[in-house]
Design a protein around this ligand. Sequence first.
Ligand SMILES: [Zn+2]
Length: 133
Amino acid sequence: MFFKSSKINEFRLWGLLLTMSGMGLMVLGTAGIVFWGQSGKVIAGIGLVIGLIAMMASMAIYFWAGMLSTSAVQLECPECHKLTKMLGKTDRCMFCKTILTLDPSQATITAEEIERQQTLGHSPETHTNVKKG
Ligand SMILES: [Zn+2]
């Protein structure tokens, strides 16, 4: 993963970037006709085709992200106590970017231990483990 964000947020970011670049290419392609006349039509055609492919790819990513988020595990983050979603066994919290894991062998600290450290008197509802990093 390229950014320090949760997987669902990253999918949305890539979808957005692809949509923007696709739209940019289509605008540039259309501008090609205005600036270069007849010879610009070829550039416009290429720009429109690539732009359309990028837009379709971004739609596929959005759709995929939507499918993934339905299968994502919803839980309360032990760090910030907000409701977050995680994909797979290890993912970051959407809000505080803390690495959360469901695998006890990966964890360096458990939700129960955080509760004890913060001494909030808040009873743990999740069995989430937190990997510090
Ligand atoms: Zn959090």
